[in-house]
Write a protein of this length. Structure first.
Length: 115
């Protein structure tokens, strides 16, 4: 029974650690200045958006700066996105859907093709 209690304690410890929002790590030097950290529970990623012809290239990187996914995305909600104005990546954001807040409005982008 003591080994079962040890497993339960270890599980509860890991679960409680997952509920902590991960602070931004030091940005790897090879990542561009415009990249943004989006923290989450137990993890986080670096996000980068760049203009492309008729859409946007969005890349997601690991905390260590390794590419996790990237693709071409179309905006499908919100007002016009101005890449030259202030914006922040927000939730829900992953490899198929990315959300950005700009001018107090959430703008969503959906994946159209992987790069």
């Amino acid at each position: 029974m003591s080994s079962l209690n040890s497993i339960i304690k270890a599980y509860n410890l890991k679960k409680s650690e997952m509920n902590k929002v991960l602070p931004a790590p030091e940005k790897p030097s090879h990542l561009p200045l415009s990249i943004q950290w989006l923290s989450g529970e137990g993890g986080g990623s670096w996000f980068l958006i760049e203009e492309s012809i008729n859409n946007y290239k969005i890349s997601r990187y690991s905390p260590k700066g390794e590419i996790e996914c990237e693709g071409l995305f179309d905006q499908f909600t919100g007002k016009y996105f101005d890449i030259n104005s202030t914006y922040d990546f927000t939730y829900l954001s992953h490899c198929s859907l990315v959300s950005i807040i700009q001018n107090k409005e959430i703008i969503k982008f959906k994946l159209i093709t992987k790069c």
